[in-house]
Design a protein around this ligand. Sequence first.
Ligand code: PLP
Length: 415
Amino acid sequence: MSESFIQNLFAERIGGRNYGKSSAIYKFEKIKRAKRAAMAAHPGAEIIDMGVGEPDEMAFPEVVEKLSQEARLPENRGYADNGDAVLKQSAARYMERVCGVKGINPETEVLHSIGSKAALSILPAALINPGDYVLMTTPGYPVFGTHAKYYGGLVHNLPLTEANGFLPDLDSIPAEVLKKAKVLVINYPNNPTGASATPEFFAKVVSFCQANNIVVIHDAAYAALVFEGKPLSFLATPGAKELGVELHSASKTFNMTGWRCGFVVGNELLVKAYGDVKDNTDSGQFLAVQHAAAFGFDHPEITEKIASKYSRRMGALVEVLRQAGFNARKPKGSFFLYVKAPKAAVKTDRTRIEFKTAEEISQWLITEKLISTVPWDDAGAYLRFSVTFVAQNEADEKRILGEIATRLGDVKFEF
Ligand SMILES: Cc1ncc(COP(=O)(O)O)c(C=O)c1O
């Protein structure tokens, strides 16, 4: 069959006329395929899925009820555009009550998003010209960088290493990059490392970005999922609102990934520019969803309950992995446990399986042990275990953790 003329019309940013022809298989597709193969090879066996990056439970009943009420109101039916006052006001209250950030003006300093992913894809249009640099952390959530590149921008990656507590070393940025750098994107509690920021680090970010005229986007998708103390907002740092915005989302903090709702908060000019591009991108999230999300943001005890479940699971998983020889340490938040990948596994019959990369051990874990993880080889070889595995109740949760211990118990890992 002759090739469609459409093949020659694709933009270079998605591969031009070679679009769709690469045979490279990406990480998440490889994981999916390995999972499917493991299920086919062991029909009926239990796959323990610690690879998913989203909550295992539904939104709380009271939030679902709120959506149901709001969905019936005729005034909520139309285009929401940049939203009404309900979510903006609850976001301002949330910032004060949960994040300790006072004085957010709900009219000018907050705007809803159809999830943080959407906000991260919109913001580059407001800031990036060809040749501008974005400073991103690696490993990390790539969406802002991907869109910045669509606009001709360049990405400078800052590795997150254990030695630096998985915080980027801003002093490592070469002078020629710094001259053209416009935006720093950070994310704490962090996906995938599970690391949390410190007030000192945020203070350093503010002084560094002030000195270099750099805007800060703090992606706080996991903000309130903390295991001790209060969430740490970037906007609580003196001077932060002069140069940055923070992205909050109902996805992880209220078990609402599919609902698509969050907010952008902080610098008025940046919020306005985000709103102008957003207005030309989407027509806003359904007001009923926004109002249900606002209800959530006014009930932070929901997030506290979710966080305490993750904390309990995390503590137990750390123990299981430590027994298996991993150097696992409980993070202060998120639902991710990020551990150094072993270099080899030795079976009781002395067979030794070597792993050159995290991807190799991740494939082995799913194929041999029916445990799904996500490998990261971007700054050292690490495995990410997510404590969002499905369990019916606490007893089932214990059983699954015991099962992981058993499955890992018949090999000795070398690091
Ligand atoms: C770091 C990070 N930012 C943003 C998102 C997307 O969040 P949302 O569901 O609000 O679009 C995710 C989801 O996995 C994430 O891990």
